[in-house]
Design a binder for this molecule. Structure first.
Ligand code: IMP
Length: 203
C-alpha cells in the first residue's frame, strides 16, 4: 500500500518538485487543497525550522492518517545581519514587487565588496508522521548578492542571488539546474531519507 503524504503548499512548482523527488511509486502525494484542507496558519516562529513545524503540526491535526510535510524558506544576507531571513516574503510588505525588494537590497549593499556580499537561500522542511514522530531538515545554497538583477527564470530573489562558481544568478539557470543544487531540492532529498528511515523502523 502506498504511503499518503500531504505537502503544505499551494505552489504548483513545489508540488512538481516533491513528486519528482519522493516518487509516486511508493507515495500518494497531495497538496493541501487536493487533501481538502483549508487552514489559516500564523507563522510566528523565530527560525525557518520553527515556522515549518508550526505548519506541519497544524495540518497533522486535520489529517492524522498521512505524513505531513511543510517547508519554510528565505534569503539570508550576511552583511545585513542575515536579513531578510524568515521575513523574506514579507520584506518591505507582502505586496511589494520583487523588482523593488531586489533593488532595495542592492542599494543597501552599496560599497560592499564581493567577498562581503555573501548570502544563502535556506529551506527547512519538516515532517509529522501519523504516530506523532517529527523530523526537520535544512538545505542551503551559498552565493552572493550581485550588483544588478540578472535573468528571467525563477522567482523572488533569484535575479540578485549569484553563484560563486558561475558568476550568474539563479534566475539565469534552468529550473532543472536550479533544483539539482537548490536549498529546497537538498532539503526535500534529506526529508525523503527521514521518511524512508521512519517507514523502515515502523515495519
Ligand atoms: P516560501 O517559504 O516558499 O514561502 O518562501 C519565502 C520567500 O523566500 C519567498 O517568497 C522568496 O521571497 C524567498 N525565496 C525562497 N526560496 C527562494 C528561491 O529559490 N528563489 C528566490 N527567492 C526565494
Amino acid at each position: 500500500m502506498k504511503t499518503k503524504v500531504i505537502f503544505a503548499t499551494g505552489n504548483a512548482n513545489k508540488m512538481r518538485e516533491i513528486r519528482e523527488i519522493l516518487g509516486e511509486k511508493d507515495f500518494e502525494i497531495y497538496s493541501m487543497k487536493e487533501a481538502g484542507i483549508d487552514l489559516d496558519i500564523v507563522e510566528d516562529g523565530k527560525t525557518f525550522e520553527e515556522n515549518s513545524l508550526i505548519k506541519s503540526r497544524a495540518i497533522s491535526q486535520a489529517a492524522k492518517d498521512a505524513i505531513i510535510l511543510a517547508d519554510d524558506s528565505g534569503l539570508e544576507i550576511d552583511a545585513l545581519n542575515k536579513e531578510p531571513g524568515i521575513y523574506s516574503a514579507r520584506y518591505l510588505g507582502e505586496d511589494t514587487s520583487y523588482d523593488v525588494k531586489n533593488a532595495n537590497l542592492i542599494e543597501r549593499l552599496n560599497g560592499v565588496e564581493k567577498e562581503d556580499r555573501s548570502a544563502r537561500f535556506v529551506c527547512a522542511v519538516s515532517a509529522v508522521f501519523p504516530d506523532g514522530a517529527e523530523a526537520v531538515v535544512r538545505g542551503t545554497i551559498e552565493g552572493y548578492i550581485g550588483w544588478e538583477p540578472m535573468g528571467a527564470n525563477g522567482f523572488g530573489y533569484d535575479p540578485i542571488f549569484y553563484l560563486w562558481d558561475k558568476d550568474v544568478s539563479t534566475a539565469s539557470i534552468s529550473p532543472e539546474e536550479k533544483n539539482a543544487i537548490s536549498h529546497r531540492g537538498k532539503a526535500l532529498r534529506m526529508i525523503k531519507e527521514e521518511i524512508v528511515k521512519h517507514e523502515n523502523t515502523c515495519r
